[in-house]
Design a protein around this ligand. Structure first.
Ligand SMILES: Cc1cc2nc3c(=O)[nH]c(=O)nc-3n(C[C@H](O)[C@H](O)[C@H](O)COP(=O)(O)O)c2cc1C
Length: 318
């Protein structure tokens, strides 16, 4: 069993090493008819497990409001997909999870109605040096343009990684190198992104979706999730520690947690770590290669990290 695990680990590492981005690129977009028009109402929606993508989305929304737009800003599950076609500008935000847009968010985006000719933009947040963030942002924008949206902007914003397995496995310093992010420069880029998207929408200027050839596209999503799950040796809820707040149930995009039985359906689990990252009582009992995993909230607390809040948002935003 140990040999098999070692072999699988080596294979995974080899794939990671092979996954150097190449300079070749593949362009799509700029084929949809968009009428230049001053947008009056915009929608900004996002998927966010630990707040980074939400913070960016809220700042982008505030920047649009400061430009006299009426803006709806919310986590995607709060938005009626049918209503998205009623806006003059659409902006979607996602974290990069396993080199891709998370499958639950993709599924929701597939359920959108036609948004033909409506200017749309996408941003992603990623961790540390990043992993396939550019192509993930392209994928997100493609999902909107597949529905007829006219692409007018795309950006990637870096911050500290929330991949709890890294620090729990003793590599905290790799993550802490980025503890200063997001900073004022990041917030400046987010405001600029919102302004440039708005400008392009007014002028009717579309952008090309310019994907790089990146081998990480071969292992994105399911293969990476599957290989991570292979090493998760324990994943339950500790009933002694659980305060029954329901955070894990709310955060789990796979409906894999039944709190009445303190049960995690590990077959359904997609290893997003949303449960362990957000549990306020450290009651999610999870081990990776035999090592106890502790979540993002606890990591931030132990390292006394305070993410600065942009001035447009409430100081209570965490
Ligand atoms: C399960 C998981 C997988 C991740 N995979 C990647 C990845 O493939 N590439 C990357 O650059 N960052 C990755 N990250 C880091 C997140 O993209 C990053 O921390 C993001 O800002 C989290 O956004 P959120 O706080 O809005 O959930 C991952 C984080 C988690 C928890």
């Amino acid at each position: 069993m140990e040999d098999r695990r070692l072999f699988l680990k080596k294979s995974a590492l080899t794939l990671m090493t092979l996954s150097m981005p190449m300079v070749l690129s593949c362009k799509t977009g700029a084929t949809i008819k968009m009428n230049p028009k001053k947008p009056k109402k915009a929608v900004v929606f996002w998927y966010s497990q630990t707040g980074n993508t939400e913070r960016a989305g809220r700042l982008i929304a505030e920047t649009l409001k400061n430009n006299s737009l009426k803006v709806e800003a919310s986590e995607y599950r709060e938005i009626d997909p049918e209503s998205v076609a009623d806006y003059d500008l659409i902006i979607a935000g996602s974290p990069v999870y396993y080199y891709d847009v998370p499958a639950n968010f993709k599924k929701w985006l597939h359920s959108l109605p036609g948004i033909v000719g409506i200017p749309c933009a996408a941003y992603v947040t990623f961790g540390g040096t990043g992993g396939n963030q550019h192509n993930t942002a392209c994928t997100l924008l493609e999902l909107l343009s597949d529905k007829g949206g006219a692409p007018v902007g795309m950006e990637t914003f870096g911050n500290m990684s929330t991949f709890a397995i890294t620090w729990s496995s003793g590599n905290a310093n790799r993550v802490l190198q980025y503890k200063h992010l997001p900073d004022e420069d990041s917030y400046g880029r987010m405001r600029d992104f919102a302004s440039s998207v708005l400008n392009r929408a007014k002028l009717g200027q579309q952008i090309e979706i310019d994907k790089e050839i990146d081998f990480r596209d071969l292992i994105k999503n399911s293969p990476s999730i599957w290989s991570t799950k292979l090493f998760i040796s324990r994943h339950t809820i500790n009933r002694e520690k659980c305060v029954e707040c329901g955070t894990c149930v709310k955060k789990c995009p796979a409906d894999a947690i039944d709190l009445s039985k303190y049960y995690v359906d590990t077959d359904r689990c997609i290893a997003c770590l949303g449960c362990v990252n957000n549990c306020p009582a450290q009651a999610v009992d999870m081990a990776f290669m035999g090592k106890e995993i502790y979540g993002y909230k606890e990591f931030v607390r132990r390292n006394r990290i305070q993410v600065p809040v942009p001035k447009e948002l409430s100081p209570d935003f965490s």
